[in-house]
Design a protein around this ligand. Structure first.
Ligand SMILES: Cc1ncc(COP(=O)(O)O)c(C=O)c1O
Length: 404
C-alpha cells in the first residue's frame, strides 16, 4: 500500500488536517502517462485545475507536456511552473477581455473557444495587438459520459461548446475573422469516466463525423483535442493506483482514424493526480447520537468539498488502527463499528461518509481520506475562517527520516 507504517508514525507528529502526496506514486503515474501517450502519438495537456501544487506542476512540465488552463491566472501560473506558452491551451466558457489579452501577449498555443461571440472577441483583441490567435473550437457533441450530472459537460443541456445548429454560421464567421488561425476542434464530455472503451469510443466516432463535416466545408482540422475525463478507482485506490491510460489511448487509436498531418490531444487532470493525494485528519470526538455514532474529524468540507458538492465517495481509513494491528484480521478482531464520519463545519452536508464500517475509533486516531489529490486542495476554502490544509510530500518525510 502507498501509506505504510513509517508514514503513519510520521503523520502522528504533524498537525492535521493536511494533504499528503505520495510522490513515488505520482512519478509512476506521470511516467506511465508519458510512455503510453508517446507510443500512441497522442499529445498531453495536463488540466491544471485538478491540482496546482507547484511541485507537481514542475514535474509534469518537465516531461514536455502542455497545460490545459481555464483562467488567465492558471495560464500565467502554468507558464511560471515550466509549461511552454506554445503548449498551453486556454479553455472555458467565460474568458474576460483582460484574460484574453494577457494570454495573447504571452503567446499561448490555443484558445479553445466556446461560442461564436467569444471567437469574434478573440479576433478583435488579437487584431488590436497586431497578432494572430490560434483558435480551436469547442464542440458540444451531445454525448452522455455516464457520469455524475455535475461533471457531465458534453450534452446539449450543458453550457459548454458550440452545438450543431451553429456549425454553418461558425464556418461563415471563421471565413471572415482576419486575426484568427483555425488550430482544430476541441471536445470534453465529462469527468470521472469509467466506461472507458464505450464512452471514449463514442466520443471518437462522433468527433470523426464532425471533423469530416468541417473538412467537407473546406476547413483544415489539423488538431483534434478530445479533452480529459479519465476516471480513477475511488473504491479501491490501492488495488488500482494508476488510471487506465492504456485502454483510453488504445480506444482513441482504434476509433479515431487520422489523416496525415492530424494530431490528437488529450487533457487529463484527475487521472494524473487523484490517487497520490490523501487528506490526513484526526478524530476530534466520538459522539453517540440518538440513532447513530458520529466520528467528528478535524478536516471539513472546506478542505475537500467533493462529498458535499457531488455526494462523491472517498475511501476512509483509520490509520492508527492499522498501525496497532499486525494484520487486517487483527483489526477486525479488535472490533469495528458503523459511524457517520463528519467534519467540524457548521453545515449538515459536511459529511465524509454516512454509515461507514471502520475499526473502533477513538479521539486522536489518524484518519485518511483517500484519492483526494484531484479537485481537493484546489477547491479548498477558508469557510468558517478555518485554516487551509497545507501539503506534505512523501519525499520530505523520507528526507527528514519521518520528522518534519
Ligand atoms: C475542458 C476540460 N479539459 C480537461 C478537464 C480535466 O478533466 P479530468 O480532470 O476529468 O481529466 C476538464 C475538467 O473539467 C475540462 O473542463
Amino acid at each position: 500500500m502507498a501509506i505504510d507504517r513509517r508514514h503513519i508514525l510520521a503523520f502522528g507528529k504533524i498537525d492535521t488536517p493536511f494533504y499528503f502526496y505520495d510522490m513515488d506514486l505520482f512519478r509512476r503515474t506521470v511516467s506511465g502517462l508519458a510512455s503510453l501517450s508517446s507510443r500512441n502519438g497522442i499529445k498531453v495537456h495536463y488540466a491544471v485545475k485538478a491540482n496546482t501544487e507547484e511541485r507537481l506542476l514542475r514535474h509534469i512540465s518537465s516531461y514536455g507536456f502542455g497545460a490545459d488552463c481555464v483562467s488567465g491566472n492558471e495560464v500565467e501560473y502554468a507558464v511560471s511552473c515550466g509549461f511552454r506558452p506554445e503548449n498551453t491551451v486556454f479553455a472555458g466558457v467565460g474568458k474576460s477581455d483582460r484574460e484574453i489579452l494577457s494570454s495573447l501577449k504571452l503567446g499561448i498555443g490555443t484558445f479553445n473557444c466556446e461560442s461564436l461571440q467569444e471567437i469574434e472577441v478573440v479576433d478583435s483583441l488579437a487584431a488590436s495587438l497586431g497578432l494572430t490567435a490560434n483558435v480551436s473550437v469547442r464542440i458540444n457533441p451531445d454525448i452522455d459520459a455516464h457520469t455524475h450530472k455535475y461533471v457531465t459537460t458534453g450534452l446539449y443541456e450543458n453550457k459548454f461548446g458550440i452545438s450543431r445548429h451553429e456549425f454553418e454560421p461558425l464556418v461563415e464567421l471563421l471565413g471572415r475573422c482576419g486575426s484568427i488561425r483555425l488550430h482544430g476542434l476541441h471536445f470534453h464530455i465529462g469527468s470521472q469516466i469509467t466506461d472507458v472503451a464505450e464512452v471514449y469510443g463514442l466520443e471518437c466516432r462522433r468527433a470523426s463525423e464532425i471533423v469530416r463535416w468541417f473538412e467537407d466545408k473546406g476547413l483544415v482540422i489539423a488538431n483534434i483535442d478530445l479533452g480529459g475525463g479519465l476516471g480513477v478507482d475511488y473504491d479501491d485506490p490501492d488495488g488500482n493506483p494508476v488510471a487506465d491510460f492504456s485502454t483510453w489511448f488504445r480506444t482513441i487509436s482504434s476509433e479515431l482514424p487520422l489523416r496525415p498531418g492530424q494530431t490528437v490531444h488529450v487533457e487529463p487532470g484527475r487521472s494524473v493526480v487523484a490517487q497520490c493525494g490523501t487528506l490526513v485528519s484526526r478524530v476530534l470526538f466520538v459522539k453517540s447520537g440518538e440513532t447513530k455514532t458520529f466520528l467528528i474529524l478535524d478536516a471539513g468540507m472546506n478542505d475537500l468539498i467533493r462529498p458535499a458538492l457531488y455526494g462523491a465517495y472517498h475511501k476512509i481509513e483509520n490509520l492508527s488502527a492499522m498501525l496497532s494491528s499486525e494484520s487486517p484480521a487483527d483489526a477486525d478482531a479488535s472490533g469495528s463499528q458503523i459511524y457517520d464520519v463528519v467534519g467540524p463545519v457548521c453545515e449538515s452536508s459536511d459529511v465524509w461518509g454516512a454509515g461507514r464500517l471502520l475499526p473502533r475509533s477513538s479521539r486522536g486516531d489518524i484518519i485518511a481520506i483517500r484519492s483526494a489529490g484531484a479537485y481537493g486542495q484546489v477547491m479548498a476554502s477558508r469557510y468558517n475562517l478555518r485554516d487551509l490544509a497545507p501539503a506534505v510530500y512523501s519525499d520530505d518525510l523520507a528526507a527528514a527520516g519521518g520528522d518534519l
